[in-house]
Design a protein around this ligand. Structure first.
Ligand code: 5AD
Ligand code: SF4
Length: 372
């Protein structure tokens, strides 16, 4: 009987993509995906965690704690904690949870291979990213770069995911080609700050022309020039690095979705500066203007973070005004959560929990009013 695995994934698309990678390693070692309903009889359970906000971390670690009983019943079961919490400074998973056997940071899929080697023979083919039968929940992802060098003052990602590393264009094209052969119709290129891709995001998108042609000839569905027929979209862009060149490439290339994920975070210049975001509201407006000049129907979504330390009522109102002015298609809204080790966590003017929660509620109502 083949051995079975189960992967529980929390957090962003980057984590989804990492889970596909972990699944690829497990499948090349002969393990089969048992899926959520059968996880109690899995031979290995991996929990892929997120720590961008305290709540996300707590939820993931509660799940890890809940596996204790299973391990007691079946001491042979391997339990692994992966992803961002596993790399968080000051969090000692093995010490905290005696029933955990394995801890893997976000870039350590290869370590899983090493761990499994004494237990199981591997298929001779080298690790193929995302080739496994495991399907992520959010669709097809292609990670083109890992890590982040931006060090926004509130964000823990650069500490747990490390410095930016871009995959060469050829390697990305190979993966895209393979996914098309396997029937993928659309995929999302991923990077924490994707428009600083070292080899040029516009170059990469242009180099995808032949792959898009191949996809076109393999597709059974008639292709119309409407949204949904494009081959790729990309996440997440940093407003500071959103160059004209990238915007023009998106506008020009028919196989690139006219969709932008451009986190504003705050509509107040002083807060943006304290966040170390590297742009002001005017710069952001300019990027939106350029996008809409070339693509009037582009879909623009954003992230907003309220309750940053020291944020005044007036500064919060500036964020609400900016949202009203810019007219996003979608707004993801977050309450500031202090993350140990980040510069913002050291600031003395942390706002009371109640003020932060109230602002999030006001923001949610504001956005609903605008969208309704
Ligand atoms: N608290 C709340 N939200 C955060 N984000 C990043 N760090 C924090 C934090 N400490 C939000 C940002 C980012 C999104 C992925 O998560 O808005 O764009
Ligand atoms: Fe975090 Fe800023 Fe990097 Fe995004 S760009 S992952 S918010 S440090």
């Amino acid at each position: 009987m083949p051995r079975k695995y189960f992967i529980k994934t929390y957090g962003c698309q980057m984590n989804e993509a990492d889970s596909v990678r972990l699944a690829g390693v497990l499948e090349s070692a002969g393990y089969q995906n048992i899926g959520g309903s059968g996880y109690q009889s899995a031979d290995i359970v991996l929990v892929n965690t997120c720590c961008v906000r305290r709540h996300a971390e707590d939820v993931a670690l509660q799940y890890v704690a809940s596996l204790k009983g299973l391990k007691k019943k079946n001491p042979e079961m391997i339990i692994g904690v992966c992803g961002c919490v596993a790399a968080e400074p000051g969090v000692d998973i093995l010490k905290r949870f005696q029933h955990v056997d394995l801890v893997l940071g976000p870039n350590e899929a290869e370590k899983l291979r090493e761990f499994l080697k004494p237990l199981t023979p591997f298929s001779p083919s080298p690790l193929v990213r995302g080739k496994g039968k495991y399907k992520g929940e959010g669709g097809e992802f292609v990670t083109i770069m890992r890590g982040c060098d931006n060090f926004c003052s509130y964000c823990i990602v650069p500490y747990v995911r490390g410095r930016e590393v871009s995959r060469p264009i050829d390697e990305v094209l190979e993966e895209v080609g393979r996914k098309i052969e396997q029937g993928a119709k659309r995929m999302t290129l991923l990077g924490q700050s994707i428009n600083s891709y070292k080899y040029g995001l516009a170059n990469l998108m242009r180099a995808m022309g032949p792959a898009a042609e191949r996809r076109g000839s393999q597709s059974e569905e008639p292709r119309h020039s409407v949204s949904g027929s494009e081959l790729v979209q990309f996440l997440t862009s940093h407003p500071r690095d959103m160059s004209d060149e990238i915007i023009e490439a998106v506008a020009e290339l028919p196989y690139v979705a006219k969709e932008f994920m451009l986190p504003l975070q705050s509509g107040d210049d002083e807060i943006l500066q304290k966040m170390n975001r590297g742009y002001n509201l005017d710069h952001y407006r300019g990027r939106i203007k350029k996008i809409r000049e070339l693509m009037p129907h582009a879909r623009i979504s954003t992230d907003i973070l309220v309750g940053f330390p020291g944020e005044t009522e007036e500064q919060f109102q500036n964020t609400l005004k900016a949202i009203e002015e810019i007219k996003f298609n979608e707004v993801h809204m977050f309450a500031y959560s202090s993350r140990p080790g980040t510069p913002a966590a050291q600031l003395l003017d942390q706002l009371p929990e109640k003020v932060i929660k109230d602002r999030l509620q006001q923001l949610i109502s504001h956005v609903h009013r605008l969208v309704a």
